[in-house]
Structure formats: structure tokens, C-alpha cells
Design a protein around this ligand. Structure first.
Ligand code: PMV
Length: 347
């Protein structure tokens, strides 16, 4: 098959890790398996237009962010295309226009690399499928996740929903270091429409890029123990997803968040990525949980923002608590209501 020109549009959501990916080997192979909830509202929407060109040995693409040319994203995309060319040998035969926007506020401190790389990978797979129509749906999504991984590790968990595992784990059949897979068993009803309210504590530029952060796990004094712990925590979550035991869920999720930050605090050089308001929020969540017995917990990414996780049936009470007691700790009072979602969509 040969195709002259056309376009696709995919949206892909962000995801929030429960067991964290922190540390990697060559070729974006994770040092430990991770698991995440796919989100629903925080998305990147990317339109890919393609037109056949002479293969002159170079990648040719224009990049638009919210309709405006965006030169500073270009090196990252160039590197991505170089990495995936062995999987998509047609890339130099086309001129691409990549037109992308996020549903969440620009510079909100929410990383768009997972949703962005996943949305781009989906579009490129749509072109691949046009050229090679005989591929199964499973192959399509698996390869899309593999490509997304080469853009940004955690992006491979944004292709599918609702609970995605990335990284080889003995007790999760089909799990792989190369791509994310849907958690293969039924998830307890307690997690249905699980809520994630993201409190924007600090919208500033990241102090430590995740590339630098992952690198700091090489020669890290606690690395091996940490990687083993991630396997154990994932093992426990397998049981918890089945039992619906939210008390146990909270222990694993909060411990993972603090361990991620502990790794940064104990690396060389060392970093503190939490802000005073991050700790204020954590303490307020613990107090509220003690008083109400509502199974609410927090998790963190590699930054100061706090993800507040809770079951749907507690949403009214928790949102009131967030408005009354937590919004004051957010930069400009900003927060985003999200929930567990289903992964990338062709628009
Ligand atoms: O996908 P990366 O390379 O930006 O790494 C993301 C790492 C964390 O967000 C901190 C944890 C995770 O598993 O998503």
C-alpha cells in the first residue's frame, strides 16, 4: 500500500502511577515494574497530517502547539523519530505536521509528556495501519505503547485503561518491559470511577527533569532494595485490586509516593521536590481521614503537586473538604478534577 496524504487525530490521557517507575536501563527499559490509573480528563489531543515526500534521508516535520509554531519541542520529537525509525521505516517518506493541544492548563506543572507521546504514537500507528492494513487490534495497541515508551517511559501506560502495568512481573501474565498492558484481571467495584483531584501546588518548571532523575538511580545506595520493593508492592496491589481493600491500597500508594521522593532526597546530588504546601496538604488529608474514616489518600509525581485519590461514593464530601481546606494551599487556588479513564481515542 502507498498513501499520498491524509490526517488522523487521537487524544491520549495522562496517567498517575500507584507503583512508581523511577530508574531505567538502556532503551527505556524500566528498572522495576509500575502500575497506574489512566486518567480521563487530562488529555493531549494531537492531529497528525502527512504528505508523501522524497526520501532525502531526513525527518521532516512541523510542530504546532495550540495552533502556533513551537520550535522548542522539536529536538525532543526529532530524537523520538530517530529512536522509532527501526519500527516505522516509512517515516522519512513523509512530511508531517503535528498539531497538538492539552485539555489542562499550559504550565500547570502537569507533565504532558505521557499524554503527548502517547497521542503522537497512536497517530503514527494509524499511518502504519493504513500502509499495512493486516494487523490485529492487539498488535496495534501493543506497538503504539512500545513506541510511546520510547518517547517517554510512562507514556506507554497512557495508551490503554483503566489500570495499566508496565514492566515484567512474575505474577502478571503478559506483562512486559517493552509496553504497557491492561491489568489482566477484574478490578474490584471499589475502584469503579475512582477519583483523582490534582492539587496544583507549584506550577514552576521542574527542578529535576525525569531524565536526570532516572539517571540518579544508577549508583544510588538504595536502588536495588527499592526495585525489589516495587515488585513486592505490585504483588500486594494484585491482591488489593481483587479484594477492594482500600485500607491496604492507601498504605501502598502513599508509601510509594514518599519512597519516590525519598529516592530523590537520598541521591547525589539530592533534591527536595515537595514544597511546604505539599506537606500541609498531606497532613490535612491524614487528619481528615482519621476523623471521617473516608478512604482518601495522596500520591505524588516528581514534583510538588498532590494527587488526591478517593472512591466515587465519597466525592461530594471530599470535594467539599478540598474546597474548604486544601484549595488555600494551591497556587492561585487551582486544582483539576479527574478520574480513572479508558485510554487513547481516535477522534
Ligand atoms: O515517563 P518519565 O520518564 O517522565 O518518568 C515518570 C516518572 C514518574 O512520573 C515520577 C513516575 C511514574 O511511574 O509515572
Amino acid at each position: 500500500h502507498s498513501v499520498e496524504s491524509g490526517n488522523f487525530q487521537w487524544s491520549a490521557p495522562s496517567n498517575i502511577a500507584l507503583v512508581k517507575y523511577w530508574g531505567k536501563k538502556d532503551n527505556q527499559i524500566p528498572a522495576n515494574p509500575s502500575v497506574s490509573f489512566t486518567l480521563n480528563n487530562c488529555k493531549t489531543i494531537t492531529k497528525l497530517a502527512f504528505a508523501k515526500k522524497e526520501n532525502d534521508g531526513t525527518f521532516c516535520f512541523d510542530l504546532l502547539f495550540e495552533g502556533q509554531p513551537k520550535e522548542d519541542f522539536k529536538p525532543k520529537i526529532q530524537k523520538f523519530l530517530e529512536r522509532i525509525e527501526i519500527y516505522l521505516p516509512f517515516l522519512k517518506d513523509y512530511h508531517f505536521t503535528i498539531d497538538t493541544e492539552n485539555t489542562f492548563p499550559h504550565s500547570s506543572g502537569i507533565a504532558s509528556s505521557a499524554s503527548g507521546m502517547a497521542a503522537l504514537a497512536m497517530n503514527l500507528m494509524s499511518l502504519e495501519k493504513t500502509l499495512n492494513p493486516e494487523m490485529t487490534e492487539d498488535y496495534f495497541y501493543q506497538k503504539a505503547s512500545l513506541l510511546a515508551r520510547l518517547g517517554s517511559g510512562s507514556a506507554c501506560r497512557s495508551v490503554k485503561g483503566q489500570v495499566v502495568v508496565w514492566g515484567n512481573h512474575a505474577n502478571i501474565s503478559g506483562s512486559s518491559d517493552l509496553f504497557g498492558v491492561e491489568f489482566p484481571k477484574a478490578i474490584h467495584a471499589n475502584f469503579k470511577n475512582f477519583q483523582d483531584t490534582i492539587l496544583l501546588v507549584d506550577k514552576g518548571e521542574k527542578q529535576v527533569s525525569s531524565t536526570v532523575g532516572h539517571d540518579l538511580m544508577h549508583n544510588h545506595p538504595y536502588a536495588e532494595r527499592r526495585f525489589a520493593q516495587a515488585h513486592q508492592n505490585l504483588d500486594q496491589l494484585i491482591t488489593i485490586f481483587e479484594s477492594g481493600n482500600l485500607e491496604e491500597f492507601i498504605k501502598i500508594v502513599e508509601s510509594e509516593a514518599l519512597t519516590l521522593h525519598a529516592m530523590m532526597m537520598t541521591s547525589m546530588p539530592y533534591f527536595i521536590l515537595m514544597k511546604p504546601n505539599t506537606l500541609e496538604i498531606i497532613n490535612a488529608i491524614w487528619k481528615f481521614r482519621n476523623e471521617t474514616k473516608i478512604p482518601i489518600c495522596f500520591t505524588l509525581d516528581a514534583g510538588a503537586n498532590v494527587h488526591v485519590l478517593y472512591p466515587e461514593n465519597a466525592a461530594v464530601t471530599v470535594l467539599q473538604f478540598i474546597k474548604d481546606e486544601l484549595v488555600g494551599y494551591c497556587q492561585n487556588g487551582q486544582y483539576i478534577c479527574d478520574e480513572i479513564g479508558n485510554g487513547a481515542l481516535l477522534n
